[in-house]
Design a protein. Structure first.
Length: 85
C-alpha cells in the first residue's frame, strides 16, 4: 500500500504531466493559460515542473480552462489503444 507521501508524489506526477499535455493539446502557452486563470505564468511552470501544487479552487479553474475535470487532471493518462486490422 502506498504511503501518503508516495501517493502525493504520484498525484503530483499525474497533475504535472496532464496539465502540460492538455495545455499543449489545446495549443496554449503557459502565459496564455496563466492569463485565463489570472495568475503569473511562473505558477503554471511550477505546477508542470512538480514544484508546486495548486489549491483545490485553482485545480478546478485549471480543469475548466483546459476543458476537463479536476479528477482527470489527477488521473494517470492512458492513450487510447487502436486495434490493427
Amino acid at each position: 500500500m502506498l504511503g501518503s507521501s508516495a501517493k502525493k508524489d504520484e498525484l503530483g506526477e499525474y497533475l504535472a504531466a496532464n496539465v502540460r499535455r492538455l495545455r499543449k493539446d489545446r495549443k496554449l502557452s503557459q502565459a496564455e493559460l496563466a492569463s485565463a486563470l489570472g495568475v503569473d505564468p511562473a505558477a503554471i511552470s511550477l505546477i508542470e515542473l512538480k514544484r508546486s501544487n495548486p489549491t483545490v479552487s485553482m485545480l478546478d479553474a485549471i480543469a475548466t480552462a483546459l476543458k476537463t475535470t479536476s479528477a482527470e487532471l489527477l488521473t494517470r493518462y492512458r492513450r487510447a489503444q487502436t486495434k490493427a486490422h
